[in-house]
Design a protein around this ligand. Structure first.
Ligand SMILES: Nc1ncnc2c1ncn2[C@@H]1O[C@H](COP(=O)(O)OP(=O)(O)O)[C@@H](O)[C@H]1O
Ligand SMILES: [Mg+2]
Length: 465
């Protein structure tokens, strides 16, 4: 007779399979056996695709050295058919920021026509901002950012991407801001209230002459006080907004509008979030600076909300820029604190149509998986850099298309700290994975180590970026 297995235990085990990403117990067992067989057979740690094709793209810069051949890997992210997005992932302190900063320096040296914007919560890119004579913006001190800003999308792009509906995309982004705001301010908002808020947003745009018609999108965007005015009109004169004489409908509008006014209070003048009530005070792509450093360091309370808005702002403004734009997003985890992922997904998917390269840096692939963004984001990145991630699960590795050897390489890669003078990562270019060693030259080391508080002035004057 087979022993009875307690159902609670079965449930727990099922849960483990699920959390590891296996479809069934069978699949889990097959994977475990395969791994064991490979161990017993003493398979080598590296089982990468052969033969090794040397990458030397025209107009490219060095992204590291292929460990197998010792050859440099020269890539040009601006000249890739699938776009130039880059995903960089890895445990804290494994060389993600250093690698990204050095590659950017190399690209800035090579090209004087690219624009770079860096969203930097930890002041990790300060050296590059100084050395390149970039525009340094401190975003912490209540600087105006208008979540209702709508920017015209160039006609060429509307034609190239038939699925693009700029007005709807904008409304989704605005509603995404409010979802994130309600999480930040710990406000529970009912679906009735949220629906009325969306209606009020439409109404506010209509009042400003802005409609679905793209020709109206160059008009001045409304701001939060305009929206709050509409909502207070709704609370005062609900009958004007009702579709019927039904008392229930009128009461619902009145109650929801009043609730919303309370929930949105900190966005009004004098409120904690009033900086979201003004027109955006950050100038980007002004023709003067090639690089803009958005320093979020001094911000404490609403970093995630600001981070999300900066992403949305740069993506929107980049659409209007002639030439290539790189958007670096360090400490990308801030982006995942917000509930709606529409803006992120659309941003990544459409970026190549307007020559935008999004360079997202995260501490773990799991952060993306938890938001169901691993596939959409990694599929839209032609370059992926996996730095050391000791806890990389077999299931995640499988989703990324890694062999056992490649996954083990990621788990054990050199982090680059202490006395070693390089870091390692697994690099995917298009569809092939390569083990890579990354070294810095002296100038790069100087720029990366630069700290304005204790560095001698003029230290970087001779560095040519
Ligand atoms: N290629 C490298 N060569 C030398 N040292 C490196 C290299 N990459 C990283 N390091 C060292 O590792 C530290 C952490 O790297 P960093 O890029 O800040 O990590 P992460 O962004 O992954 O948290 C750096 O301060 C530096 O001392
Ligand atoms: Mg970092």
């Amino acid at each position: 007779m087979r022993p009875e297995i307690p159902s609670a235990l079965v449930e727990r085990v099922e849960h483990i399979y699920e959390s590891e990403g296996y479809a069934s117990r069978g699949e889990f067992i097959r994977d475990a056996i395969r791994r064991r067989v490979e161990e017993v057979e003493g398979e080598s740690n590296v089982d990468f695709a052969e033969p090794i094709v040397t990458l030397n793209e025209e107009g490219g810069v060095k992204y590291g050295t292929d460990i197998r051949s010792g050859n440099p890997i020269i890539l040009n992210r601006f000249n890739r058919p699938t776009g130039g997005n880059v995903l960089t992932s890895g445990h804290i302190g494994t060389g993600k920021t250093v690698t990204t900063q050095a590659v950017l320096m190399r690209e800035l040296r090579e090209r004087d026509d690219i624009h770079v914007v860096i969203i930097d919560p930890l002041q990790a890119f300060t050296g590059l901002a100084y050395a390149s004579g970039g525009q340094r913006v401190s975003v912490g001190g209540g600087i105006g950012i208008n979540p209702l800003e709508i920017t015209p999308v160039p006609k060429k792009m509307v034609e190239e991407v038939p699925s693009l509906d700029p007005y709807t995309t904008n409304i989704k982004d605005v509603m995404g801001f409010f979802e994130a705001y309600f999480v930040s301010t710990e406000r529970e908002v009912s679906s009735d209230d949220f629906a009325l808020l969306e209606r009020a947003v439409h109404e506010t745009y209509t009042n400003h002459g802005i409609t679905r018609d793209p020709h109206t999108h160059h008009l001045e965007s409304p701001t939060m006080p305009d929206l709050l005015d509409v909502i207070s009109q709704m609370a005062q004169y609900p009958t004007q907004y009702a579709h019927s004489d039904s008392e229930t409908e009128i009461e619902t509008i009145e109650r929801s509008a009043a609730e919303l006014l309370i929930s949105l209070n900190s966005l009004s003048e004098g409120g904690e979030y009033e900086h979201f009530g003004r027109q955006t005070e950050i100038s980007l792509f002004d023709g003067e600076h090639q690089l803009t450093h958005l320093d979020l360091h001094s911000n404490v309370s609403d970093t995630s909300l600001i981070y999300r808005q900066l992403f949305s702002l740069v993506v929107d403004r980049a659409k209007q820029v002639e030439g290539e734009v790189v958007l670096v997003m360090d400490e990308g985890r801030y982006l995942f604190n917000t509930p709606s992922t529409d803006t992120i997904e659309t941003g990544f998917r459409h970026s190549r149509h307007y020559d935008l390269s999004i360079n997202l840096i995260v501490q773990s692939l799991t952060d993306l998986e938890n938001k169901e963004l691993l596939e959409p984001v990694s599929n839209s990145c032609s370059i992926v850099q996996l730095h050391r991630e000791p806890d990389l699960s077999a299931a995640t590795a499988k989703k990324m298309g890694l062999s056992t050897g490649e996954a083990d390489f990621v788990r054990n890669a050199e982090p680059g700290v202490s006395d070693s003078d390089f870091s390692e990562h697994l690099l995917r270019v298009d569809s092939e994975w390569r083990p890579v060693q990354f070294e810095l030259d002296n100038d790069e080391q100087l720029v990366i180590d630069f700290d304005p508080r204790n560095s001698v002035s003029g230290l970087m004057d001779n560095i040519d970026i």
